[in-house]
Design a protein around this ligand. Sequence first.
Ligand code: DAH
Length: 348
Amino acid sequence: MTDLLPLVHEAQADFAQAVTPADLENAKARYLGKAGRITDQLKGLAALPIDEKKARGALINEAKQQIEAALNARRDALALTELLAQLKSESLDVSLPGRRRGNGVGLHPISRARERIEAIFTSMGFDVADGPEIETDWYSFTALNNPENHPARSMQDTFYVDVKDEHGAWLNLRPHTSPMQVRYAKAHALKYAGQAAMPDIRVIVPGRTYRVDNDATHSPMFHQVEGLWIGENVSFKDLKVMYLGFIRAFFETDDVKLRFRPSYFPFTEPSAEIDIMFESGPLQGKWLEVSGSGQVHPQVVRNMGLDAERYIGFAFGSGIDRLAMLRYGVTDLRLFFEGDLRFLAQFT
Ligand code: DAH
């Protein structure tokens, strides 16, 4: 095979120069491909006399095997180089600090306000309850003495969910926390049914509420806190004393006055808006509306499963966002819900 030796060496050198798998395949084609030089040699056999064919054929095959061996060795070497490069590029530098999820800057101002409200009312003997944000028509309206097709329903223009309840009425995103008055009182009444006396119902319900409203002082999602106190001997006087105590504790000042302004809600009779006025500080001298309130309507007391001749009480529904805006001096409600850390970090 002496005359084939240079060809084998040439192929080996060629393969050694290939640095990518593609280079190597091109080099392979030059020797072993259809028009490659080994292939040419094999084609040349046809012209030889029969007795020379065999010996020459064996020599060419030997050269071919050597070239294939060189090719495979180079293939393995390139694959190894590639693997090492990949391992290097994908390796973890364990000495680098890890990438963390950013920590929040602290409690959201609305959560802070809610926690203050809960602490104050808990100290006055109120329970804190939570209720569903997707409500039935009955609890959001009808049970609260707000019958179907009554114009007062438009006071709480609301969002509906594309699902109906068992009476065929659309479910809604609750427009106020008031439905929980009836839910909570019903459960309480049931718990003490058949007993001679029932402890007073005293509960607050803070939570998310929804309405079709969007401007500097209204957001489609906002927060209310409902309050309910029902017993055999609860009067408007208790509401006034309790609410004044709450406002003083919430704003940490005694320099504040309350005003009950006659109003209308279907679920209370009489009804009042509660306004507050600071007698000092930056908000001094302005009446600010913070809550609706009233004496729970006898029909609502009955819907709670209670004897309206025996039980009486009051309810209120205050805007948590409004209270938080006043406490922290925020003038645009939307800031609370934009999630801008530069704003939120100021409250920690
Ligand atoms: N639910 C009323 C609203 O969202 C607020 C309200 C008024 C709640 C009077 C009450 C109440 O409990 O007695 O506008």
